[in-house]
Design a protein around this ligand. Structure first.
Ligand code: A3P
Length: 327
């Protein structure tokens, strides 16, 4: 394996072990500085050598920043608003490159024959490698862990990156993982892990800036969740132009409607309820919660203490200084 591994230790490792309560996830370590479960080692070479195609369309993001929303928007635009074919679950239409790292799926399938786990999840890289073009691929990997052909620019498929305010991302991930895995520890514990880049795919700002730095290369569109909330038709138009599509006003209206929080929450192809039900069977989590949870901006105003807000804001200022990116 070509990546350098660094271990967490001391109080931070104790906190990580306390909070992550999923027996299917091994300890987190750092792969070239990126926090991932140890089992990522098994996938790392396959990701590195993954054969990219110029006509792939990628959506990249840190988890809980509006990935699903962006995927559905990109897929619908690229497929000329084919809502009929869009009834196939988004996870199959737009698979996650490295999802197989989240658990030992072959083992889970073997020991839980009643739980159906889609092939796109059990062996995501093989599933995507065998898919016909044009492929739609989602990844939460930071730029420095992307397949070599993407990093070096040998292949230049279109990439859409979406980012969200760090505080709301942290809140969204806390609720999501509590539901899925029955996360232990308090919300404050989770914020402490987030601020110390000890959550999966962290460091958060390095993730964001790794893509931000590529925004002028022509094949990358950089979006903000907050802009989608404030002006979805504007973001749709921008994305359509990036993908070489042009829609009528009526088509734009219909896509805006299709992508509303309420419609995506009611849509079994996008609300991930089926997937969450299956994962909870494995993790045995009894915590109630939805993937499409509230879909609002500025939740931090209601869920974070002044002290945590101050720490997040300082951390954000320090990391974004001089980058031209702001929140
Ligand atoms: P909340 O937990 O704050 O509600 P991801 O897809 O990256 O996991 O991000 C999930 C977050 O995006 C969740 O945030 C989810 O509700 C929100 N989201 C998904 N679809 C949305 C939509 N159509 N409008 C607004 N927010 C949406």
């Amino acid at each position: 394996m070509h990546l350098q591994i660094e271990l967490f230790s001391g109080e931070l490792l104790d906190l990580m072990r306390k909070v992550y309560n999923d027996p299917n996830i091994s300890d987190m370590v750092k792969f070239d500085g990126v926090t991932m479960p140890e089992q990522y080692e098994k996938l790392a070479d396959a990701v590195e050598n993954f054969q990219v195609r110029d006509d792939d369309i990628w959506v990249c993001s840190f988890p809980k920043t509006g990935t699903t929303w962006t995927q559905e928007m990109v897929w619908c635009i690229a497929n000329n608003l084919d809502y009929g074919r869009g009834r196939v679950p988004l996870k199959d239409r737009f698979p996650n490159l490295e999802v197989s790292v989240h658990a030992d799926f072959p083992e889970i399938v073997a020991s839980n024959p009643d739980i159906q786990i889609p092939e796109a999840v059990v062996d995501s890289i093989k599933y995507i490698a065998n898919s016909p073009s044009p492929r739609f691929i989602m990844t939460h990997l930071p730029f420095n862990l992307l397949p070599r052909q993407l990093r070096t620019g040998e292949k230049k498929p279109k990439i859409v990156y979406v980012v969200r305010n760090a505080k709301d991302t942290c809140i969204s991930s806390y609720h999501y993982l509590r539901t899925l895995e029955d996360l232990q520890g308090s919300f404050e514990d989770w914020c402490n892990l987030f601020l110390q880049d000890a959550v999966m795919y962290g460091p958060f700002w390095k993730h964001v800036l790794g893509y931000w730095e590529k925004r002028t290369e022509g094949n990358l569109l950089f979006l903000k969740y907050e802009d989608m909330k404030q002006d979805l038709p504007g973001v749709i138009k921008k994305t359509a132009t990036f993908l070489g599509k042009n829609f009528t006003t009526d088509q734009l209206l219909s896509l805006t409607e299709h992508l509303s929080f309420e419609n995506m929450r009611a849509n079994p192809a996008t609300n991930n309820e089926d997937l969450i039900r299956r994962i909870k069977k494995v993790t045995r989590s009894t915590v109630d919660g939805k993937f499409m949870r509230c879909g609002e901006m500025n939740q931090w105003k209601f869920e974070m203490s002044p002290d945590i807000i101050e720490r997040f804001d300082r951390w954000t200022r320090e990391n974004l200084k001089g980058t031209g990116l702001y929140f």
